[in-house]
Design a protein around this ligand. Structure first.
Ligand code: KG4
Ligand code: ZN
Length: 358
């Protein structure tokens, strides 16, 4: 079953065709990352205007790349929210028009459900993929610029939110930290690059919510510590020595990742039935997070058997339409009646209402 996915929730315009929720026939993303790099963040009206002009070229490029005609597409899945309203409207309006003129079912997908589905996407043809498909129950850490959530998932459409952030998202902690260090947006890749071979414990950052028994996250304290550290060094970021810069970036990256890993370890202790741990969303692209989490799991005899996965390509960690098409497919499989329901395009929607166990 082939699903056309459309994603425009932030600054990207993305279209993909995915077969059976796993095989990507074509995925095209037009990103405004460089455009917004100079302004240090996304300007919503500006993003929507640009998305309006590239929506149809991206759609055509994707259909050509996937080599499919509208006749062979079974349904259209589109991000209905959360996100920037103007941007979301570009995608959902396009999807509504296509569904009408092509006569296809239309599925409104929660953006984060897309991220949760991204670990099912297989590498492009020709690249090795020998691993079996994931199996539930799965602990999924979903970390991006807009959210940081820890889910215990029993199926694609059933799960419990174990914890989420009380303030900034993990990606925001990277973005704001990078901005304080005078590094370009998006901050995650900038900080990872600046960290290089820096010392991970050269500077002391607090362990957020250490005494708190919940599985929630908090990143604002780390951000404040970085601000104080830079203030105490008494010079602007441009005057930091190369060693200072890489050690600060490495210590800050370590502190963010340690907090994420700490929550995963606690969740695994409380839920020994968990078979796999998945990390998804923009921050799951972080190499240090991947290796530190892998080491944490394998060095503990209680968790060494757990399968750790992240999306097979960096392009599926950050916002993309293939994950939306995959989520649309799984929705069709598990809740076929969803496709007959109309949906509204909304800037904020709670995923708990979508995944609630019935
Ligand atoms: O999932 P995503 O593309 O968009 C949202 O839904 O927010 O995530 C974007 C976030 C940004 O905050 C960016 O700094 C972060 O993901 N990010 C990273 C890395 N690549 C992107 N954070 C840490 N390390 C990375 N390599
Ligand atoms: Zn996202």
């Amino acid at each position: 079953m082939r699903i056309l996915g459309i994603e425009t929730s932030c600054d990207e315009t993305a279209v993909a065709v995915v077969e059976d929720g796993t095989r990507v026939l074509g995925s095209v993303i037009s990103s405004q990352r460089e455009h917004f790099s100079a302004s240090g963040g996304v300007i919503p009206e500006d993003a929507a205007r640009q998305q309006l002009s590239c929506m149809l070229p991206v759609l055509h490029a994707c259909l050509t790349k996937a080599n499919v005609s509208p006749d062979s597409i079974h349904a259209i899945a589109v991000t209905k929210g959360p996100g920037l309203l103007g941007s979301l409207l570009v995608g959902t309006t396009t999807a509504r028009v296509l569904a009408e003129i092509w006569g296809k079912p239309l599925i409104g997908v929660h953006h984060t459900l897309g991220h949760l589905s991204s670990t099912w996407l297989l590498p492009e043809e020709g690249k090795e993929h020998t691993q079996p498909l994931p199996h539930f129950p799965i602990l999924t850490l979903s970390v991006s610029g807009g959210h940081s959530d820890l889910w215990l998932r029993h199926s694609h459409l059933r799960g419990t939110l174990l914890g989420s952030t009380r303030d900034d998202a993990a990606g925001e902690a990277f973005d704001k930290g990078a901005s304080m260090l005078g590094l370009p947006y998006p901050g995650g890749p900038s900080i990872a690059k600046a960290a290089g071979d820096g010392e991970r414990t050269a500077y002391d950052f607090p362990s957020p919510l250490h005494e708190d028994p919940s599985l929630d996250f908090s990143f604002s304290g780390l951000k404040t510590s970085l601000r104080y550290l830079l203030r105490d060094l008494g010079k602007p970021p441009s005057e930091l020595s190369a060693t200072e810069r890489k050690n600060i970036a490495a210590s800050y990256e370590h502190a963010i990742c340690r907090h994420l890993i700490d929550r995963i370890e606690r969740a695994l202790k409380r839920h020994p039935e968990i078979a796999e741990v998945h990390i998804v969303g923009g921050v799951s692209a972080n190499r240090y997070l991947r290796s530190a989490l892998g080491n944490a799991l394998t060095s503990n005899p209680h968790t060494a058997h757990i399968m750790l996965r992240w999306p097979c390509s960096i392009a599926y960690c950050t916002d993309n339409a293939a994950m939306i098409a995959a989520a649309g497919y799984f929705t069709l499989q598990e809740k076929p009646l969803e496709v007959t329901k109309s949906f509204t395009t909304e800037a904020s929607i709670d995923l708990r209402n979508v995944l609630k166990c019935s």
